[in-house]
Ligand binder design. Structure first.
Ligand code: BTN
Length: 319
């Protein structure tokens, strides 16, 4: 896309870029260049034009445009293709359609807001416009359907690592994939499969993160990165870092198996060692959360001494 190429030029230069140079390089007329610059301005790019000097990029908008996310991402396959939407019912639905169509592994669907954002266990996911990250990532791993939970844990770990490294903040994981800070919900992950009994066609990993939400606009049980950091967070950089980290951990998982994920998950978890009640469908079991096994299931030792494995559910801590 020509506008992307113009932006590449402007981003490379701290100073002014001459209109003549850009138009010659891109083989377009000066008038066409001017038209594209106006369109970029309409998208929110602050580009100044000074006679005899040329154009200079002052700032870019806080929008997760596909070409911004892919720009210098330097991954092997994640985020090579990004679909951007101002608004979607849910990125899960769009990613499902794209997955069925056969889009390549690593394709990302991003929305600035969702009108029917979905959480786990039939809940909804509050997705206010331009405030958070709401995206789905399509992976095509060679695993059995019952191993897919590992990818949820892998994503949770990747987000914790990114937030630690990029923002210096400590985030915890409540089994299986609630991302918490100060005991409040910062984000969540919803994983859906398109699979047969013995084959996964693709996995659709949906990630929702409260980023620049103000305290007053959040539920009392929720928190945002802005609130934790006390400053606005660059959502484009954060999304790119998360995608890079997921790829790194995914490659590690393919190389070394689930131990690489589980070991990291243990570091960030706040569930193990606690007395918990796990609600799964209409039942619940209570006991000590002793460990997770290699397919991501939670092991709960009941008071009877018997240990049960839970693959999905909602954990409540008992005092
Ligand atoms: C949870 O219940 O904790 C999981 C929340 C997952 C929300 C994300 S936002 C992007 C993707 N699209 C959705 O509709 N849900 C997931």
């Amino acid at each position: 896309m020509i506008q992307e190429k113009i932006l590449d030029f402007l981003k490379r230069e701290q100073d002014y870029v001459s209109g003549e140079e850009v138009s010659e390089h891109l083989k377009i007329t000066r008038q066409a260049l001017w038209k594209h610059i106006s369109e970029l301005r309409n998208l929110g790019y602050d580009i100044v034009a000074v006679p005899h000097l040329g154009y200079s990029l002052v700032s870019i908008p806080d929008r997760l445009f596909a070409f911004e996310v892919s720009h210098q991402l330097n991954t092997r396959f994640i985020g090579k293709k990004v679909y951007y939407f101002e608004s979607l019912p849910s990125t899960m639905e769009t990613a499902l359609q794209l997955g069925i169509k056969g889009v390549p592994e690593g394709t990302v669907v991003v929305a600035e807001t969702q009108t029917k954002g979905r959480g786990r266990l039939g809940r909804s996911w509050f997705s206010p416009k331009y405030k958070g990250l709401y995206f789905s990532l399509i992976l095509r791993p060679e695993i059995l359907p019952n191993q897919a939970s590992i990818l949820t844990l892998l994503s949770a770990v990747s987000i914790c690592e990114t937030i630690k490294e990029a923002l210096g903040l400590d985030i915890q994981i409540k089994w299986p994939n609630d991302l918490l800070a100060q005991h409040k919900k910062l984000g969540g992950i919803l994983t859906e499969l398109d699979a047969e009994m013995d084959e996964v066609r693709f996995v659709n990993i949906g990630i929702g993160l409260n980023v620049n939400n103000d305290k007053k606009s959040l539920f009392a049980s929720a928190i945002s990165l802005k609130e934790l950091k006390r400053e606005a967070i660059n959502r484009i950089d954060l999304l790119k870092e998360i995608l890079r980290k997921i790829e790194l951990n995914y490659l590690l998982f393919q190389d070394k198996g689930s131990v690489s994920v589980i070991d990291k998950w243990r570091e960030y978890n706040i569930t193990l060692g606690r007395r918990v009640r796990v609600y799964c469908q209409k039942e619940h079991i209570e006991g000590e959360a002793t460990d997770i096994d290699l397919d991501g299931g939670l092991l709960v030792r009941k008071d009877s001494g018997i240990t049960e494995k839970v693959m999905a559910g909602d954990v409540v801590f008992c005092k």
